[in-house]
Ligand binder design. Structure first.
Ligand SMILES: CC(C)(COP(=O)(O)OP(=O)(O)OC[C@H]1O[C@@H](n2cnc3c(N)ncnc32)[C@H](O)[C@@H]1OP(=O)(O)O)[C@@H](O)C(=O)NCCC(=O)NCCS
Length: 169
């Protein structure tokens, strides 16, 4: 994926998740996970993810230092970001047909500028997303790990870039 591909602009808006959007946000996370992440994980890791990305579990976690932002296009949720303790990315997913247009970058920017995401920020990146995280400023933090059936590359962003990139459009 590269910025040189010409894709039509999308009019998206990022904001905190409303509780009535939890079903749609979690369905998006699970379906994007199944398509892009699951092929590189084992069955145990996939089952664990599906339990983590249930709407009731996600909303319950909001009582324990988690917060969630969504990218919406009209009434439709097209991206989701779930953060723990304002410094660890737990879920970040963009709808397949909207990928590569700045939505994940905009979700991170919205969470950061509202004080919901404070550097240093960590993430356990799935192997397919390592290049994306590197593009937005994360660097590997140790070797790739396999924990609870989940293969991931620990990554860390020490500081936000001084000028946050403008979302497209
Ligand atoms: C990773 C993901 C969230 C990125 O979302 P996105 O909205 O497409 O990301 P953006 O458009 O903001 O991308 C920012 C930059 O990263 C690049 N990029 C995005 N996804 C990429 C990928 N999978 N591989 C390489 N580069 C990628 C974009 O082209 C863009 O580059 P540019 O600034 O040079 O134009 C999305 O691809 C996704 O949902 N992937 C599957 C699920 C996943 O792996 N989630 C992370 C779990 S830890």
């Amino acid at each position: 994926m590269s910025s040189s591909e010409s894709k039509p602009p999308v009019a998206i808006h990022c904001r905190p998740l409303r509780p009535d959007e939890a079903d749609e946000a979690c369905a998006l996370a699970r379906s994007v996970f199944d398509r892009y992440v699951a092929p590189e994980q084992d069955e145990k890791g996939c089952r664990m993810f599906h339990r983590f990305a249930q709407p009731s579990a996600l909303l319950r976690r909001h009582k324990t230092r988690y917060a969630t932002w969504v990218a919406v296009d009209g009434p439709r949720v097209v991206g989701v970001l779930h953060v723990h303790a304002r410094n660890h990315l737990s879920l970040l997913f963009t709808a397949p047909e909207r990928q590569g247009r700045g939505i994940a970058r905009q979700l991170l920017h919205t969470a950061a500028t509202s004080g919901g995401l404070i550097a240093p920020v960590t993430v356990n990146a799935s192997p397919n997303a390592v290049t994306f995280y590197a593009k937005v400023g994360f660097t590997p933090d140790g070797p790739e790990l396999l924990k609870n059936g989940v293969r991931h590359q620990p990554m860390r962003l020490s500081e936000w870039p001084s000028s946050a990139p403008a979302p497209r459009p």
